[in-house]
Ligand binder design. Structure first.
Ligand code: GDP
Length: 608
């Protein structure tokens, strides 16, 4: 469900062997997305490629898509679903990237472009490679090697907590047409550019950004200059993990005063591109705190990868959205879930949903003009759909591979053991499964089915006195954001109201007494699917049951009895909203969550 902008063709289409050979004779670097007819070209990287092309404006950089089945030279790439990008220069293979790994693709393009320029301009030797993964005969061995390469690719992903800084190519350098040159120099010096945004600061933004200099004599001039035209705001890090980018970048740009820079650091950016103190071409954050503040200022969404994704990433895991469509869900659900587990996936979240027509339209908005859409729509609203968040190494690609081709006839002919072939429906020609096509798409799709929710959580009086820290730690490490917290002594009336659903039950009196025996900790927790997730973390009401069925749960560990069971959580979204209002009054939850997350996100790692 990626965005559906009409774009001018950035990638040429290689439709047959002849085109392929033509492509090999082109000058410069060619990045070829090799795809299978049933997966289609990788859409998620197109905007990245376009951005790189626009930024570099380089005539030597070309992009293409090639379907493995229609080009003889790509025989060995047939039947593989993961996105594969082959880099050709001078008709030779110079690099391969497997998986739609944006940072790695960006880095490879820039490095290969620099290398190819050296070949063309300085007669350097071209480093040619072979695709090792294609030379082993045994299927299993082949798979292992592919995984080895994939894991290698993963290693290259920018770790979410890598040290980052904000760099600005100021309006003077941009106006002088130096942006691309400076960007190339930055890359060549071993910095990675994680984001690059052209923007013209308004006066008030500039004032805000430089507020710490408000008392300086030249402040007004600085504000006028910074808001005088477009600048490029970059997030940069060092390619090597162990290097701190902040001092490295300050060193690279040189002293603030251009005259001093020219004398003392003639190779620095400011010496080369600056003209006077004010017009010194580039900016860098001074220290961690400033970098953190500047990141938040320009890129409020940077590092808003939610904590779950980050935690998975640290363990080399990935998640994807799987959908099982209504027609086979009723009869085959258990069998399918079993097979999914056998394939090594863990099911992090699951939910059966009756979709409305509007929801299907939103989810499949890329497909609404296709001839199969009416049938797909009817099918999707004909009964509940099961949405699963599947977790595994390379989950996106693995799940798509297990599914097989989207076209049912093709699945049955070409991949008879695939899920789509094996669980093909009796009635319709619509395949019964969906899988996200990239990590980015998976995150968007997962948030469609498992949106961020809020729930009311309570640490009950005895548990608060005895286990507060342990419980809070478990809440945090399970990826919840504590959006609001309040220690509350409930009086009888409040406790009765809080548990009004249980009025009349034999344990009601005991329950009210228990809840009033001391302060409770009331919290608003937010997370994807929070209501259900928090209930899962609490475990069953009765600790005896919790200990046998969910030994890791809070109640298994901290509850004393079915009454004194340590924690409370709303049982559905309506209750959650009602109890949140009861305890916290009217509150803008979304705003709370965003500001809370911002605070958490911009805590950069401590220096070792
Ligand atoms: P919860 O949503 O898991 O907290 O469970 P309920 O909403 O069914 O019950 C609310 C609270 O009442 C529980 O957390 C317990 O503290 C208490 N409770 C529930 N069932 C019993 C019971 O059978 N006996 C006693 N003594 N207390 C109970």
């Amino acid at each position: 469900m990626a965005s559906k902008k009409k774009e001018i063709a950035l990638q040429i289409t290689i439709g047959n062997q002849e085109h392929w050979e033509e492509m090999l004779s082109s000058k410069g670097l060619m990045v070829v997305d090799v795809y299978q007819a049933w997966c289609g070209p990788c859409k998620t990287v197109v905007s990245l490629f376009r951005k790189i092309k626009n930024e570099l404006g380089d005539d030597l950089l070309h992009f293409a898509v090639a379907e493995a089945d229609s080009v003889d030279a790509l025989e060995n790439y047939r039947g593989k679903c993961e996105p594969t990008f082959l880099f050709y220069a001078g008709g030779e293979l110079v690099a391969i990237v497997r998986g739609a790994n944006a940072p790695l693709l960006q880095k490879t393009i820039l490095n290969q472009l620099i290398a190819e320029k050296k070949v063309l301009d300085q007669g350097a030797k071209r480093e040619v490679i072979k695709d090792e993964a294609l030379f082993t005969k045994e299927e299993e061995e082949e798979e292992e090697e592919e995984n080895a390469i994939m894991i290698h690719a993963e290693d290259e992903l920018v770790p979410p907590k890598k040290s980052c800084t904000v760099a600005i190519i100021k309006p003077d350098a941009v106006a002088h047409g130096k942006t691309n040159e400076i960007i190339m120099k930055i890359q060549e010096a071993g910095f990675e550019i994680l984001a690059n945004e052209e923007r013209t600061m308004t006066e008030s933004e500039a004032r805000d950004f430089y507020q710490h200099r408000a008392r300086e004599e030249k402040f007004e001039e600085l504000i006028q200059f910074m808001s005088s035209g477009p600048c490029h705001v970059l997030i940069i890090s060092k390619s090597r993990d162990d290097e701190d980018v902040i001092p490295a970048w300050r060193e690279f740009i040189g002293p603030t005063d251009v005259e001093i820079a020219k004398k003392e650091k003639p190779e620095s950016l400011r010496a080369q591109y600056g003209t006077e103190v004010l017009f010194n071409a580039v900016h860098g954050s001074d220290n961690r705190e400033q970098a953190s503040r500047e990141l938040a200022f320009f890129f409020p969404n940077f590092r808003k990868i939610d904590k779950t994704t980050e935690a998975l990433h640290n363990r080399n895991l990935e998640r994807t959205l799987a959908l099982i469509r209504p027609e086979i869900l009723k009869e085959k659900k258990d069998e399918i879930l079993q097979k999914i587990r056998e394939a090594g996936f863990s099911i992090a979240m699951q939910k059966e949903v009756m979709l409305t027509e509007e929801q299907v339209q939103e989810f499949y908005r890329e497909h609404t003009d296709k001839d199969y859409y009416p049938a797909l729509l009817q099918h999707m609203i004909s009964g509940p759909v099961l949405a699963l968040a599947l977790v595994k190494e390379h989950a996106v690609e693995h799940w798509r591979r297990i599914l097989g081709p989207a076209n049912l006839a093709e699945a049955i002919n070409k991949a008879p053991n695939s899920f789509r072939a094996e669980f093909s429906p009796k009635e319709s020609a619509i395949n019964q499964f969906h899988g996200s096509t990239s990590q980015e798409e998976a995150e968007i799709e997962l948030s469609f089915f498992f949106p961020v929710e809020y729930t009311l959580a309570t640490i009950k009086p005895d548990a608060l006195a005895e286990h507060q820290d342990e419980i809070l730690e478990k809440i945090q490490s399970a990826g919840f954001t504590i959006s609001q917290v309040k220690e509350t002594c409930l009086n009888r009336d409040m406790a009765e109201e809080f548990y009004k659903e249980h009025r009349g039950k034999p344990f009601f009196e005991q329950l009210v007494n228990y809840m009033c025996q001391g302060p409770c900790l009331m919290m608003i927790l937010s997370k994807e699917n929070a209501v259900e997730e928090w209930r899962k973390l609490m475990g069953p009401t009765n600790p005896a049951e919790a200990q046998t069925t969910v030994p890791e749960s809070l109640r298994s560990k901290f509850a004393k009895s079915i009454l004194q069971n340590a924690v409370h959580g709303s049982s559905n979204k309506t209750h959650a909203m009602e109890k949140i209002q009861f305890i916290f009054g009217d509150i803008d939850l979304e705003q709370e969550r965003i500001s809370q997350e911002k605070q958490m996100d911009y805590i950069l790692p401590e220096e070792e």
